[in-house]
Design a protein around this ligand. Structure first.
Ligand code: SDX
Length: 433
């Protein structure tokens, strides 16, 4: 039973518990179940399909209406009218920066662009074929060895400094992770370039050949960063919050987020989607893969499709598809076979009753790989770019946790299904040394 402010739960033994209803500013109301444990019960919700782990003011998603807001601003407007550091500032501070705030923030970020020179040796400990995500996670974690005197997570100035350091340095860490794969010298960040241009320049320029920054391609890449900046309590953001709830340092938290994002069900889907498209190769094989995706005995899933929250189109996918068109036409690749295959696959899937019935639509990862490939970014770097962008969202959620006076260490319960208590058999031959 529910009235506007509480739900009544009647337990098997007839006890009735009043459970408060919590209303946010948008979205579904929540039932506060914290009283259950004192009444001898826990709840069970694998994958947290119906469980809010926290309250937050950063991002709101309405999966039915394809709405994505960052601090109340629709993603469509942010992607068109802002740059990535506008959005990073917004996620962290709650408001878009005015001109003087933006100049000060950009100045702060550029002040921290450079990596400590000793970090070069951390990269050199890897094999040349190490996946950039493995390198990024390790190098970001190693940053906690450089700033231990300014990592008091309960000190807001230390939190702000760590946030700026991470947003400033993660582009170099991502770019160098790839340059190390190639055996190329590391390119240093440049203060005369914007955030997106700086990353592309580090990735593609070389001592012998400057990289031409095409403003249309730079803007398209900046839009990719904005689209990936934050997305509520997704797996990697929830990971960052859980690690952060123990008071762990911000670099360890973001490294944990990078590790979680790497999974193919999450941020690794962009790399997996392009591999899938390259494997399908031509349109007459699409139905074979659609049937495999529907076959419960086959572990194959249509990569880039489906979402835990969006039961309608992912608004980011729409913007990403337009960006795809823009980049491919700028590069004269309108007839790119992979892009045409992707659009055909999307069309067929969206007309298939399995995908319609299960509300499986293209998500942000379906087109992002095609755009990044067209920009010359290699498959192995797609999730690293995702991590680069999501660092802004991760660190905003990490910071928001500490603004909550009721912050508790995250410690979920379980349903135990193991052996009940029993005794070790007597007479065991315990080693005598
Ligand atoms: C991201 O959470 C976020 O916000 C994530 C993200 C962000 O910005 O942080 O948006 C980024 O991770 C996007 C998602 C990228 N992943 C992929 O594209 C991988 C392919 N997608 C699936 O693995 C899946 O759709 C998930 C993981 C994205 C969502 O899975 P859910 O919510 O756990 O849904 P589910 O597995 O319970 O699926 C429901 C049904 C199942 O069938 P039934 O058991 O009900 O018969 O739909 C089927 C699934 O088998 N299904 C798919 C499918 N996705 C779901 N069948 C075929 N192909 C798919 N892609």
């Amino acid at each position: 039973m529910m009235d506007s402010k509480k739900a009544k739960l009647t337990l098997a033994n007839g006890t009735t518990i009043d459970l408060p209803i919590i209303e946010g500013s948008l979205g579904k109301p929540a039932i506060d179940i914290s009283a259950l444990s004192e009444n001898g019960y826990v709840t069970y919700d694998p994958g947290f399909m119906s469980t809010a782990s926290c309250d937050s003011s950063i991002t709101f998603i309405d999966g039915e209406k394809s709405i994505l807001l960052h601090r109340g601003y629709p993603i469509e407007q942010l992607a068109e009218q802002c740059d990535f550091l506008d959005v990073s500032y917004l996620l962290l501070n709650g408001e878009l920066p005015n001109e003087s705030e933006k100049n000060a923030y950009v100045g702060e970020i550029k002040k921290h662009y450079l990596l400590h020179d000793q970090l070069n040796s951390v990269f050199k400990g890897f094999r040349r074929d190490a996946h950039p995500m493995a390198v990024m996670a390790a190098v970001v974690a190693s940053k906690s060895a450089f700033y231990f005197d300014e990592m008091n997570v309960y000190n807001r100035n230390h939190r702000r400094l760590s946030a700026n350091r991470l947003i400033a340095k993660v582009p170099s860490i991502a770019a160098w992770s790839y340059l190390y794969n190639l055996g190329r010298p590391f390119n240093y960040p440049r203060n005369d370039l914007g955030y997106a241009a700086n990353f592309l320049n580090m990735l593609f320029s070389s001592p012998t050949q400057a990289y031409h920054l095409n403003p249309i391609l730079v803007r398209a890449f900046e839009r990719i960063l904005i689209l990936h900046a934050d997305h509520e309590q997704n797996a990697s953001t929830s990971t960052v919050r859980l690690v952060g709830s123990s008071g762990a340092n911000p670099f360890a938290c973001i490294a944990a987020g990078i590790a979680s994002l790497w999974g193919p069900a999450h941020g690794g889907a962009n790399e997996a989607t392009l591999k899938m498209l390259q494997e399908i190769k031509n349109e007459n094989r699409i139905n074979e893969y659609i049937e495999r995706a529907k076959d419960k005995t086959d572990s194959f899933r249509l990569m880039g499709f489906g979402h835990r929250v969006y039961r309608n189109k992912d608004p980011r996918a729409e913007i990403m598809r337009k960006t795809c068109h823009e980049v491919l036409s700028e590069l004269g690749l309108e007839n790119d076979s992979i892009f045409k295959l992707a659009m055909k696959l999307e069309k067929i899937a969206l007309e298939d009753e399995y995908f319609v019935e299960k509300k499986l639509y293209p998500n942000v990862d379906f087109y992002s790989g095609i755009v990044m490939r067209a920009l010359g970014i290699p498959n192995s770097m797609f999730t690293a770019v995702f991590a680069l962008a999501r660092t802004a969202g991760w660190i905003a959620h990490w910071n928001e946790m500490f603004l909550d006076d009721n912050l508790k260490i995250g410690r979920p319960r379980q349903i135990y299904k193991g052996k009940t208590q029993r005794n070790v058999p007597s007479g065991r031959n315990v080693s005598k040394y």
